[in-house]
Design a protein around this ligand. Structure first.
Ligand SMILES: NC(=O)c1ccc[n+]([C@@H]2O[C@H](COP(=O)([O-])OP(=O)(O)OC[C@H]3O[C@@H](n4cnc5c(N)ncnc54)[C@H](OP(=O)(O)O)[C@@H]3O)[C@@H](O)[C@H]2O)c1
Length: 362
């Protein structure tokens, strides 16, 4: 598990190489404001090898955040993250390992008959009630996530996952009401609170694509205050003093800045953006797709690029995401160790202040 001592010692080892506030608070520890994501890439042994090299290099160069999910590359991303974590010359206690459960994963490769695989592995075995599956591929029921958490612990070969996200819960809105989704989230949060008490995870969160950055009228909208309130009830029901809901994840980049601009969450000072609400609620925000799934490495709109620091477009895009008020860390998918070196160099620049960040939108 990432610990206070382990992550602060990691910071001390690398801090001189980076700019101001490169390392940021996460719980009682610290995490780098550039994190390594593992979503993209073919599910092949060759890509596994690339990721293993890239993750090891990142951990040994000042990035102590790995973001993965059980379904990424059919569980290969979690397994390779586990291998890199044990290969790298860093202590386990220095690294924040985040993963997610919600999409029913395949095992290493796409089966010839996916429907049959899901039926045999999950439905017939009693892990999932068929009525809980949305489109045959997504589930956030407590028993399913319990099972997925066990599999992630084994894949990552760790005793404790530092941050466990419920993955894209808005997918459930395709087949159920918002109220039904909140109720399921509360039931699952209660199970996650119990697994915290058992030592299997430290914190949990909600990873989203649309839910928190769209207006209330949107079909994928979920209310952050409602999610936080459900987490508080879940903690109480599980007998925990406070909730362990600690983070949200959402896309944030130069072209997708809605988490900063769209006000859709009722906060203490009226309706607020997701970033503002999360900051006031003490939630860490992890930005996904920070370089627009690679596109922003090819260039940024000129008016924006001029205001951002960095030698390359990728660095400038990363510095936009990690400068947004309320963002803890910009996640960047990297299976190429040259990209790791280039992207971590973005952290050598100080982040923009709040006024400079605002001015990008003028
Ligand atoms: N809903 C969710 O929960 C959700 C959704 C999306 C993403 N995420 C998380 O967020 C992470 C980041 O998002 P993402 O991977 O989708 O998109 P991204 O980080 O914006 O882009 C990743 C892509 O950019 C390429 N790249 C990285 N650095 C580069 C550079 N300096 N120059 C040129 N190309 C570069 C990578 O190639 P190489 O692999 O060759 O290095 C990869 O193809 C994911 O990996 C995942 O962990 C979560």
């Amino acid at each position: 598990m990432a610990t206070k001592e382990g992550t602060w010692a990691y910071r001390d080892r690398f801090t001189e190489e980076f700019g101001r506030t490169y390392f940021r608070r996460f719980g009682d520890g610290v995490v780098s404001s550039v994190g390594l994501g593992t979503y993209l890439g073919e599910p092949t042994a060759e890509v596994d090898d690339r990721y293993e090299e890239a993750i090891t290099a990142a951990l040994e160069s000042g990035c102590n955040l790995i973001d993965t999910a059980i379904n990424y590359r059919h569980q290969r991303s979690e397994r390779v993250a586990g291998r890199a974590l044990s290969d790298a010359n860093v202590d386990r206690e220095a690294v924040v390992v985040a993963t997610k459960g919600g999409f029913v994963p395949f095992d290493g490769e796409r089966p010839d008959d996916p429907g049959r695989y899901v039926r045999e592995e999950y439905v017939d075995s009693g892990v999932v009630d068929r009525s809980e599956l949305v489109r045959g591929s997504h589930c956030i029921a407590p028993d399913f996530l319990d099972d997925q958490l066990d599999r992630s612990l084994a894949n990552l070969d760790v005793e404790t996952i530092d941050l466990y996200y419920v993955h894209n819960p808005e997918g459930q809105l395709q087949e159920r009401s918002r109220e039904a989704v909140y109720a399921r989230l509360e039931a699952t949060f209660e199970r996650l609170e119990e697994r915290v008490a058992d030592g299997d995870l430290r914190y949990y969160g909600v990873a989203t694509w649309e839910a928190f950055r769209v207006h209330e009228e949107h079909a994928s909208y979920l209310s952050l205050p409602e999610v936080v309130s459900r987490a508080r009830s879940a903690a109480k029901a599980a007998g925990n003093v406070a909730t362990h809901l600690r983070a949200i994840q959402l896309p944030f980049n130069v072209h997708m800045a809605d988490a900063f601009t769209v006000e859709a969450h009722e906060g203490s000072e009226g309706v607020e953006s997701a970033l503002r609400f999360a900051r006031d609620a003490g939630l860490n925000v992890f930005a996904s797709a920070s370089i627009g799934q690679g596109r922003l490495a090819e260039g940024l709109p000129e008016a924006v690029a001029d205001r951002l620091e960095g030698e390359t477009s990728a660095q400038r895009a990363i510095n936009f995401a990690r400068s947004a008020p309320g963002v803890t860390s910009a996640l960047v998918g990297m299976s190429d160790r040259n990209h790791v070196a280039e992207n971590l160099d973005a952290g050598r620049y100080d982040p923009m202040g709040a006024d400079a960040f605002d001015s990008v939108f003028e």
